[in-house]
Design a protein around this ligand. Sequence first.
Ligand SMILES: Cc1ncc(COP(=O)(O)O)c(C=O)c1O
Length: 393
Amino acid sequence: MRTDPLKFLSDELDSLKQQGLYRHLRILDGEQASHATFDRKSVVNLSSNNYLGLTTHPRLREASLQAVRDYGAGSGSDRTIAGTMAIHMELEKRLAAFKNVEAVVVFQSGFAANAGTVSAILSKEDVVVSDELNHASIIDGCRLSRAAIKVFPHKDVDAARAIMRELPATQRKLLITDGVFSMDGDLGALPGLCDVAEEFGAIMMVDDAHASGVFGRQGRGTIDHFNCHGRVDIQVGTLSKAIGVLGGYVAGSKAFIEFLYHRARPFLFSTSHPPAVAAACIAALDVLEQEPQWMERLWDNTKFFKAGLQRLGFNTGRSESPITPIIVGEAPKAMEMSDALFRAGVFAQGIGFPTVPRGQARLRTIVTATHSREDLQYALDALGKVGKELGVI
Ligand SMILES: Cc1ncc(COP(=O)(O)O)c(C=O)c1O
């Protein structure tokens, strides 16, 4: 009889279960909304990246439907063969104007944008200097590029400078940080890192996935928030979070974007977005520009919820954004707390190693513009009760 060559994977899964790191996929019925039905239970949803509530905004829905009527369901090809539709180009033009850069290229996801860009522009002679908490898609891009990877402690500008000082002056260098760190909600050390990049002639790159639609004027991101215009060579953003749809974009000079057309592998070798995705993203940009109330509500809710968590005595780390971690310690405790909260009608996903370091397991919460005060107060009451029962506060 043939033995199962994949048996080692079941052993791995058993080990995850023993460590409390096994994750059950919660199934969403209906819309991704601030109050939603997961696993057939109605809960206050603190787990989506739908910052502004745009996944269900009427203008995005209508734009998607109209694009399906006008252009069909799919694009039918890669961008470089027959899959560049006028609506893709229109979205890129709008994004370039929004980000105040010469050009933008859209990828299928933020993950593809990061991994595809870093791996396209670097090779094994080059070096990446990267914040230790940068996103997995940046790390994968670095690995694919085969460049040397030098990691500096989180937000430590002096450490980044010290690494740069040791590198040969002629070596090509990429200095890279997240704009907002996705598990801690703090901001990258942008102005200081821009200084370092300028000092050593490095390419400066910022992954603004969690900042687009959240920070800066009308949600233009951390480059705008820190007034670092003209100092960041490569900006990555996502269309999958605050924008409410799907995709990632890379913003920069015209020559750089044209280079990506020729060398970024997800652009060359994977089908482009359905037209409805591009249309909904364009509608989302209209909303960002014309409906400031969503960002205002997002920040009002963020302040209210954070203050409530702190009053209850939770450890919310160093968050400066709507991403507010509740740091619990060991993964089984975080998963137990997440499950107890879910039973109480609040969905806050437990996160453990390898997404965050061991001993820093947490519940990751994100409020949105569309949460009502009643929803948030209900969540705070449940968190207080469950947190006390489990000895977290
Ligand atoms: C910092 C960061 N960059 C990039 C991504 C990838 O974005 P997307 O979900 O559009 O693939 C994420 C998503 O988790 C992220 O948190």
